[in-house]
Design a protein around this ligand. Sequence first.
Ligand code: MG
Ligand code: MG
Length: 250
Amino acid sequence: MIVLKSASELEKMRKAGRMVAEVLADLRERVRPGITTLELDRLAEEKCIKWKARPAFKGYGGFPFTICASPNDRVVHGFPNRQPLQEGEIISIDFGLIIDGYFGDSAVTIPVGEIDETTRRLLTVTKESLESGIAAAQPGGRLSDISHAVQARVEQDHFSVVREFVGHGIGRQLHEDPQIPNFGPPAQGPKLKAGMTLAIEPMVNVGSPAVKVLEDGWTAVTVDGRRSAHFEHTVAITENGPEILTCLDL
Ligand code: MG
Ligand code: MG
């Protein structure tokens, strides 16, 4: 069942979304060669404590950290660790929190120093595929319009979308109905309505779309060892179209 949010609920989700965006903006500024993802994790958790918000992922299904930190060939759900980031790498950071009973969830892939041309293109295309998906989140449309828009943008540049992980509804729960695949034909699935709040999150691989989960039970990696990127926003569908909740300039 897809839960529609009232105007007052949307106001709470804007607050959660802004906080998530502020943390990710802060982490982005700190990413450079030498910093560790465990340091980034601690910074995110400290912000939550200061704001009396609760990290969304820590403890979720037993996930042990505040952020997911997935470098290079890691797709999603990587554990932060003490390994310093190096020039030329990329790091995907996924972060969510709950405040006043509502969740925000967002992810970004950040270059560490200078990155090569293919990786730069991967980041651009993944980000643009998220923008295409958001642009398709229109009242009166269908859910798979979002999926199709993401996939079309990715495949235009001959990258591939991950099939095993999908976007999701969000609100009082981190994961609500509906699931939002990043692939498929348009004009299918539930009708999109004002009041829906969706976490749209393309995961895009340079090479094959195939992924596997490591022995820690969480970390998803590309099977071919090539790089992967992940961008995510929490979005509300309004009468006037999509509104990104996890951005700072609201
Ligand atoms: Mg997320
Ligand atoms: Mg999500």
